[in-house]
Write a protein that binds this ligand. Sequence first.
Ligand SMILES: Cc1ncc(COP(=O)(O)O)c(C=O)c1O
Length: 404
Amino acid sequence: MPLPADLRMVMVRGQGSKVHDAAGKEYIDCMLGSGPLLLGHGRPEVVEAVRKQAALGSTYFALNEPAIRLAEALVEAVPCGEQVRFQSTGSDATFVALRLARAFTGKDKVLKFEGGWHGGHDVGQLSGAPADPPPYPTAVPDCAGIPAAACRDVLVAPFNDLATTADIIDQHRHDIAAVILEPLQRSLQPVPGFLEGLRDVTKKHGIVLIFDEVVTGFRIAWGGAQERYGVVPDLACYGKAMAGGYPLSAVVGNAELLKLADPYQRGKGPYCFVSGTLSGNPVASAAGLAALEVLRQPGTYDRLRAIGRRLTEGLEKAANSAGVALQVLGDGPILQPFFTDRKPLRNHRDLLHADKQKAVRFGLELIRRGVYCTPGGKIYLSLAHTDEDIDRVVAAAGEAMKVD
Ligand SMILES: Cc1ncc(COP(=O)(O)O)c(C=O)c1O
């Protein structure tokens, strides 16, 4: 749907929790660059680190000190972390993790969950948002240009339904290289036992378990979803918040798997090409290191959870007094409103019953009232948001949800 003319803005400046458009209007930023700005805009520690490194050289296509130090920080923070390979985008990271899993197992198929998002490559663009989904495990493309062969190699399962998923895995166990998922799928929390069950069944069949932590990494806990939900995968994909708003991503995990990407491995057995012109870029690595230094300070995750709770409760209260059926899903500083009274909401097909058009209208009305967000999508919060910001978002939401 094209944006209404009054909402087609060009952003010119971001500072702290605010962004400003070219017409001079200020917004509370709940988009945060689609997630990376967990510290808000222009955090001085990050700006200084970038300024310093940019003066020393913007790229070398060689090992560099900021990338080495960031890799060390990742191995320390991430529960499955033994080794690291850097790329530039979250899509690169999930693509590389899947290739490593195929190289390691010698198998082709991948199981993903309906409604899960893993980026712009062919696997990422399958069954991410089907409006009229076919029976499991058939995959359907989300956009044109996806080869039929990609569909054939992807099996689709329902998030939070361990029995159906285990059944599909069991039927295809000889062909599946990897199971990939967002442990918090968009804003759907895993039900107790789901991630644990996936861990068990993948281990039993020698299938690589990949957590896509591009959104959850360093956001819902220092150790990401693995720490928060207590399940450790074989590989994890990082991006967004890890790099403090600069282009960098990583695959972190089991050394046996990551070793396949070692260029010295070429000609000695399975070797998996993983490289890119700007992978492990020193400016982005310096930004990431500075961001992690801020995030590792005590109180970070209590604060992020506290503002998430404040906004959730505020939205629920506003919906109550407006007589609107609303449920707020998410975890910590990731929230998403769904306009429905249907319960429980546990997977993509449940969410299809929510009023999507109302959610989009609500988002557009929020933007009109100075809250920048993805209409119908997630609301991201940062350490830069104050309680006053949250209360202003709640006030705007109270008005926005009454517009029909
Ligand atoms: C869970 C998840 N994985 C992967 C990606 C792809 O990241 P990028 O847009 O940096 O390629 C995204 C992007 O939103 C994401 O949310």
